[in-house]
Write a new protein. Structure first.
Length: 454
């Protein structure tokens, strides 16, 4: 889950920035830290969220926490309005469902914010495993598995239940339990199935009864924690609703950032970035190249020499003598079996792009000047005896990739697209901040003394 300080620190945005024209530090209700378009954020709720954030960043302030909560709410609302049909929380065939991601975020944050209270409450349950809550439990029987999955399972291209399987799974009760004075409730195989990612669904399709019960107990623990958090000992009912919304808003905020390409993983390839990249002009690439030339430095040519020996033992002997400071050229004449040994093992100048380079030339481009390589075994070549190589680069000449090269076009357009996506994100954030009616307690003013978190 996105850390509470991610938006503020990773993007370098100011706390309670002047762009927030609607900010007023005039909230006098002692129970409230802020209101966002009239909706309250209580001091108690902010204190808990501050406590959750502190282990990740001991310097984070309550004002920063409030700003992050406000930004999450405003950006999530904007994202839902601009992309109402989009999957702003990751939703695919291999990951946890959006509902499960929200539940996991809630549970982990409740455990972090109320650790001592919650652990004390859990210890009062038999064994700390909530056994006192369980009325009955049972693994699925063979006929029950068959009603949910095919009696003769074959190779599956996708782990998913059809309508018939879902209806059958909903009838398979794994746990019956009671929370406090509430009526008895149950956890079904469908509840467990819907809470899994691809690995978990794989276990269930394999009819792993122990896994099904283990996961049902984990869901029961989640339900216990969420139920406890609604109580006065936790958030209380009103703040619990605010908390749930905050967890969902943060996931939506992060999902929208990923959609734009602002917070995308390096392995992601957001369509929005592709679209921006496709629209980058040659003039933009030239301007980027001129102002970021160091990003496009490359090795133009290297001058190298080598020693070729027949076996690893000899190669290691040469390596040890080089480490002791013996001259490379001198060892060439003693040990090298290559035809160029008489000329000191000279490979001459190897020029980038001048010809199709062999593996030894490619190795030369990777070496630091003056530092002999480790012994490298020759790749098997038909008609040649296997051997070992040690190489040293005597000189290296640096240059720049041509501005009209494909590599420059790709790298520059990618960076330009990310800058445009970031500008788009910043613009949207500034706009929703400016348009919001944000009232803050005076203690959240940048000049106020920090409030003790309770």
């Amino acid at each position: 889950m996105m850390p509470i300080r991610h938006i503020l620190l990773a993007l370098g945005l100011c706390l309670m920035a002047p762009a927030q024209a609607g900010v007023r530090h005039d909230l006098v209700d002692p129970a409230l830290a802020a209101t966002v378009d009239g909706e309250p954020l209580s001091n108690r709720f902010v204190d808990v969220m501050h406590r959750i954030a502190l282990p990740g960043d001991p310097s984070i302030t309550r004002a920063a926490v409030v700003q992050a909560l406000v930004d999450d709410r405003l950006v999530a609302r904007h994202a839902r309005a601009t992309d109402p049909d989009g999957h702003l929380i990751e939703d695919n065939k291999v990951a946890f469902s959006p509902a499960m991601q929200i539940e996991q975020a809630m549970v982990s944050n409740i455990q972090a914010g109320f650790r001592d209270k919650l652990e004390a409450r859990l210890k009062r349950e038999k064994g700390g495993m909530l056994n006192q809550l369980i009325i009955a439990e049972a693994q699925p029987t063979g006929p029950q598995w068959n009603s949910v999955f095919s009696a003769k399972p074959g190779l599956l291209l996708e782990y998913a239940l059809d309508a018939k399987g879902r209806a059958a799974a909903a009838k398979v009760v794994l746990l019956r339990y009671r929370l406090g004075k509430a009526a008895p409730a149950r956890l079904t195989l469908l509840d467990v199935y819907d809470a899994q990612n691809i690995q978990g669904r794989n276990e269930l399709h394999a009819r792993n009864g122990d896994f099904a019960i283990e996961q049902a107990r984990l869901l029961l623990k989640n339900r216990f924690i969420l139920d406890w958090a609604r109580s006065p000992a936790g958030f209380g009912e009103a703040d619990f609703a605010v908390f749930r919304r905050a967890m969902e808003d943060r996931l939506v905020h992060g999902g929208w950032m990923a959609h734009l390409g602002v917070a995308a993983d390096i392995h992601d390839d957001p369509q929005h970035l592709k679209d921006l990249q496709a629209k980058v002009t040659p003039e933009e690439i030239r301007a980027y190249y001129d102002s970021h030339r160091d990003e496009f430095r490359r090795i133009e040519k290297v001058k190298a020499r080598h020693i070729r020996v027949q076996d690893e033992a000899t190669a290691r002997k040469v390596e040890e003598r080089l480490k002791k400071g013996e001259v490379f050229a001198a060892l060439v004449t003693v040990f090298s079996l290559a035809a160029d040994a008489a000329s000191g093992g000279e490979l001459g100048w190897i020029v980038h792009g001048e010809k199709a380079h062999g593996w030894l030339d490619s190795l030369a481009f990777l070496q630091q000047p003056g530092v002999p390589s480790r012994p490298v075994r020759l790749p098997g070549v038909a008609g040649e005896e296997p051997g070992w190589e040690i190489l040293v680069v005597d000189e290296r000449v640096m240059g720049w990739q041509p501005v009209d090269s494909e590599s420059v076009r790709y790298l520059a357009s990618q960076s330009i697209a990310r800058d445009k996506a970031l500008a788009e994100y910043r613009s949207a954030l500034e706009r929703v901040r400016r348009e919001a009616d944000l009232r803050l307690h005076p203690e959240l003013s940048p000049l106020a003394r920090p409030r003790e978190s309770k």
